[in-house]
Design a protein around this ligand. Structure first.
Ligand code: GZL
Ligand code: ZN
Length: 328
């Protein structure tokens, strides 16, 4: 709306100069708001819900924003449609949480031609021309995967077989690509590690429960699984359900379930021993995005890449108080 306000000012000054009747202006408070068009992946996971809440908590009218929030229900075409709508509405900024890395070049080119800055949040896009976005704020997913792999290495001495069920997140998303790359690199490095299977859990509990139940039904014997590498907490919840129903003991003297996100329910499962390792992936990105927009409003060029700080949890680092005090 700010953009319209500037145009309005120009027209008004032109009119007063030429003596014709000025166009009545709208409510000035409304005109002052920074209009942010936000395209969110969906609500597929606890992480995603916390991420959306973090955005809505900062982009409020009291803080000087008009937030146009679109939930793409995990369909890239819905995100592209939403971005085109934001361009028509001449928003001041577009904030995009891209569901996958590919397929963004043309719509981001349209935003560039409309002079609307794009800020990428969480996952990344794979575009030829990096000027199509002003900044990326999110996680280093390869680093997250490496943290998980280093923990597995610490638990299983070289030589001992490590049979791993790998359940992936939304295929083609940066989170899946990074977390998968770390595991696949480690499996290639350790001849005693064996990737039993790679299942597509799509970051949801329901999909994972379905594919993991199907997989376990065809396993010859229970003791064939040492680690289940879950690319987010909702995948871990689905895997735990299937493992328990299949009669598998989970935890340090059974199947070691490793997960990413470290949302509250996963940390509770970690404290009670069902999950062995939770790698944090921080969804609370709202304040960083708002800082970036404020910097751009002040005419500064933002850092192109901003990674958030993250840590790993085992039961040893957890207490119920710590878990209760966490924001998500
Ligand atoms: C990670 C984010 C992933 C989470 C999942 O930053 O892209 O998407 O790990 C969510 O929970 O679905
Ligand atoms: Zn190693």
């Amino acid at each position: 709306m700010k953009r319209t306000f500037m145009v309005l000012l120009l027209v008004l000054s032109f009119c007063s100069a030429c003596g014709s009747k000025p166009i009545p202006s709208g409510d000035s408070a409304e005109e002052d708001l920074i209009v942010v068009g936000m395209s969110q992946v969906g609500a597929e996971s606890d992480w995603r819900v916390a991420n959306s809440e973090s955005m809505k908590a900062v982009f409020t009218e009291e803080n000087g924003y008009r937030l146009l929030f679109d939930d793409a229900r995990q369909q890239q075409e819905n995100q592209i449609t939403a971005i085109r709508k934001f361009i028509q509405q001449q928003v001041d900024y577009i904030v995009l949480m891209p569901i996958s890395e590919s397929g963004w070049d043309s719509v981001l080119q349209e935003a560039k031609e409309a002079g609307i800055p794009v800020i990428l949040v969480d996952r990344m896009v794979d575009v030829e021309d990096e000027s199509l976005y002003s900044a990326h704020i999110g996680s280093d997913f390869l680093r997250e995967g490496t943290a998980a792999v280093e923990w597995i290495e610490s638990v299983y001495p070289d030589g001992e077989p490590v049979r791993i069920v790998h359940i992936q997140g939304t295929l083609g998303s940066t989170a899946q690509l990074g977390r998968t790359a770390a595991l696949e690199e480690a499996v290639a490095l350790h001849e005693n590690w064996e990737l039993l299977t790679q299942l597509d859990g799509d970051f949801t509990q329901a999909k994972t429960y379905e594919v993991m139940t199907e997989y376990l039904e065809h396993l010859p014997s229970k003791e064939d699984v040492d680690v289940v590498y879950c690319e987010n907490d909702n995948i871990a919840f689905g895997a735990l359900q299937a493992l328990e129903e299949g009669g598998y003991a989970c935890g340090r003297d059974g199947v070691n379930v490793v997960t990413f996100d470290a949302t509250r329910n996963a940390l509770l499962d970690c404290l009670n021993g069902n999950i062995s390792l939770a790698v944090e992936c921080n969804p609370l990105l709202g304040p960083l995005v708002e800082e970036t927009i404020q910097a751009m409003e002040a005419g500064h060029t933002p850092e192109k890449q901003q990674y958030v700080e993250e840590r790993v949890f085992t039961a040893a680092q957890l207490t119920t108080t710590l878990i209760e005090e966490r924001e998500y």
